[in-house]
Design a protein. Structure first.
Lengths: 220, 210
């Protein structure tokens, strides 16, 4: 019985904590800023959403001159994410998120000049056409189409990523001979395809992503 | 002139005409009841409550008021025309512009507080009084994933005219002013928008005198 009472209190505390509202009472915050492309032009109709732990607190969109201004509810916890174009569906631009955590939230957020880069899709295909027993080591380096910034300095250094280069590495052989995928990157950047066939010298091919949709096919 | 301002003017006109009409009917002195005949009395009101927001504030610009109910009780103090009592009212609002107030769908608004009043007119058929009070208000707001409250201190000024079919039962009409002084913290640019909400309330219902 002595053991059960603390356990009961513990369970009740967990239930009460989980039922606690995530929205701060009697408080509102103002979100404003502008969204531009890589050339500095305003982008209209870009959705902006403010969330805490997946709960939507506020939303708006950019006007004809790329500006947005709206009121949001305030998170009860010191955690808030401002997502720009993250649920844009078939938008031709990448996404941008700012994550506020580990410090008291502000009463207003003025986000001037958020830069979105145009998305590029690379339809990338590697096909084995040779009947020989070949092994292909390959990698593809390309630019990610998103930006994720942590406002907290400590977390920011380790975790923030903004249009960074990332790599895809695979080995193809007779058991796994082909590869086909859609790679999402940034328009007007270059993807770098490096391959090594068996023990031959590695070769590099540069793929210019000039269009919204690009194709590249490699046969070995 | 927006719709709410027109409704406000119409409400004030109706209130003024009703009081004037009641005072005209009061003229024959023999009809006038003497308070001494009925030294202690208590009035209950229960009825439909229809708030109309006005002004440059969140309640008018981003919420659409629906009807509600009100209940009040007033009793006279020490055989005088002075009244003391309590009031409760409830109404519902839908959010029409989430960009102005944040992402939530609707509000259930409950108010409660004491009233002080004065009996202006007291005949066999017509009665009129004015009451004022300060109370507490909760805006219980519903978000799709969570609920939260905004609170306010509310000031009421409530003139009421009632017509009685007999000594106990009658109907009343009231066109009252209400201001909710909100406790919402905002950045400076939103301060005036969330500082207060103004309403004219039209009420109609049952008036019981005991």
């Amino acid at each position: 019985m002595k053991v059960q009472i603390p356990l009961l209190f513990f369970l009740i505390s967990i239930i009460l904590y989980s039922c606690e509202p995530e929205i701060k009472e009697n408080e509102r915050t103002a979100i404003e800023g502008t969204v531009i492309d890589f050339e500095g032009n305003a982008i209209p109709n870009i959705p902006i959403k403010v969330k805490t732990q997946n709960l939507l607190l506020g939303e708006g969109s950019t006007d004809n001159i790329g500006s947005f201004k709206f009121t949001s509810l305030q998170s009860k916890f010191d955690e808030l994410t401002i997502n720009v174009n993250t649920e844009g569906g078939n938008s031709s631009f990448g996404t941008y998120s700012i994550i506020y955590s580990n410090k008291p939230l502000q009463q207003g957020y003025n986000l001037s000049d958020i830069t979105l880069r145009r998305k590029a899709t690379l339809l990338f295909n590697i096909e084995k056409t040779s009947s020989e027993n070949n092994t292909l080591n390959w990698s593809l380096q390309y630019t990610e189409p998103f930006c994720e910034i942590y406002d907290d300095e400590e977390t920011s250094q380790n975790t923030s990523r903004c249009y960074e280069t990332t790599s895809l590495i695979e080995v193809l052989d007779t058991t796994n001979p082909n590869f086909e995928s859609e790679i999402f990157s940034v328009q007007n950047t270059t993807a770098q395809f490096t391959y090594q066939l068996n023990d031959a010298e590695p070769q590099t091919i540069l793929i210019e992503l000039t269009e919204a949709t690009n194709f590249y096919e490699f046969e070995y | 002139m927006n719709l709410n301002t027109k409704l406000l003017l119409i409400a004030l006109c109706i209130g003024f005409i009703t009081v004037a009409k009641a005072q005209e009917e009061e003229e024959p002195l023999e009809q006038k009841s003497d308070i001494v005949q009925d030294d202690h009395y208590a009035m209950f009101k229960i009825g439909y409550y229809n708030p109309i927001a006005f002004g440059d504030n969140f309640a008018n610009e981003a919420l659409e008021q629906k009807g509600g109910v009100e209940f009040s009780f007033l009793a006279n103090l020490f055989d005088t025309p002075f009244l003391i009592g309590l009031q409760y009212n409830y109404f519902h609002s839908n959010v029409t512009n989430q960009q102005l107030v944040g992402t939530y769908n609707d509000s259930k608004i409950h108010s409660f507080g004491p009233l002080l009043g004065y009996q202006l007119l007291y005949t066999n058929t017509w009665r009129a009084n004015i009451a004022s009070g300060v109370g507490i208000t909760h805006y219980h707001n519903r978000n799709s994933g969570d609920n939260f409250n905004d609170t306010a201190t509310t000031l009421w000024v409530i003139p009421t005219v009632s017509y009685h079919f007999n000594k106990t039962v009658g109907v009343y009409f009231s066109s009252s002013y209400r201001r909710d002084f909100m406790n919402i913290k905002t950045p400076a640019q939103l301060d005036s928008f969330f500082k207060s909400a103004n309403y004219i309330n039209l009420s109609l219902g049952l008036h019981i005198l005991i």
